[in-house]
Design a protein around this ligand. Structure first.
Ligand code: HEM
Ligand code: HEM
Length: 176
């Protein structure tokens, strides 16, 4: 498998970044909703959440740099509507996680929860609803979840209805 992408296959770096970020986002979404449900005793869950969220943002920045500097995406879908909608969803799947990390850091700074979690103090967590970044963070999480469902349904549609082997393009295969 090549390091960079070819006309019909994503390269090793793109595949590793895609699946690492995918796992981190699923962890961030699950731990975020769990933290919200648990409330003011969610210290450990929130530590996992902030770590997954920050790593997601870091790898997303690496991903943007990789595409800008070193790699070119494989040929896109021939159908114009499918090509444009895939492009729009992919761009949002890159931008929204960055906004999530920014608003997440904003909440930590505005409430002082970052210090509390780093110091390991057992004091109850602050009420995040009181700071402005909480609302866009919650809305962004729902938008991200909806886009992710759309993205996965599209991948499954290609794989099992169109039978064009699309998921194999984003996997560790030895196709040229
Ligand atoms: C969990 C199940 C997922 C599946 C089955 C899946 C599947 C795929 C496939 C098959 C492609 C290649 C499309 C093509 O050939 O043009 C792709 C591309 C892409 N996916 Fe996913 N994906 C998943 C999760 C995610 C997540 C969580 C994100 C969020 C960041 C994401 C973001 C992207 C982006 C941005 C691309 C465009 C290529 C790139 O920039 O790396 N995917 N995905
Ligand atoms: C891709 C990155 C991220 C995703 C997908 C994400 C997702 C979520 C979700 C789903 C929730 C619950 C929303 C709700 O129930 O309304 C949440 C809440 C929260 N997130 Fe994130 N988040 C991310 C990054 C971060 C980062 C980097 C931090 C901190 C540095 C952070 C801090 C928080 C806090 C403090 C809450 C509020 C918890 C509560 O209300 O009890 N998030 N996040």
């Amino acid at each position: 498998m090549k390091i960079t992408s070819t006309a019909d296959q994503y390269g090793l770096v793109a595949v590793v970044l895609h699946w690492s970020i995918a796992i981190l986002i699923v962890v961030a979404l699950a731990s975020g909703f769990a933290a919200d449900t648990i409330g003011r005793d969610a210290h450990d869950v929130l530590r996992v959440h902030a770590t997954a969220g920050l790593l997601t943002a870091l790898l997303t920045i690496v991903r943007i740099g990789w595409w800008l500097v070193a790699d070119t995406r494989p040929a896109a879908d021939e159908d114009r509507l499918r090509r444009l909608s895939a492009k729009a969803v992919h761009v949002l799947l890159i931008i929204i996680p960055l906004g999530m990390a920014a608003s997440g850091i904003g909440m930590m700074v505005a409430t002082g929860a970052g210090e509390l979690l780093l110091a390991g103090t057992p004091d109850p967590l602050p009420n995040f609803e009181k700071v402005p970044p909480r609302a866009p963070h919650g809305a962004g999480a729902l938008a991200l979840l909806a886009l992710l469902v759309l993205h996965v349904v599209a991948a499954l549609y290609h794989q099992f209805i169109m039978r064009d082997g699309l998921i194999g393009r984003m996997w560790f295969s030895n196709r040229r």
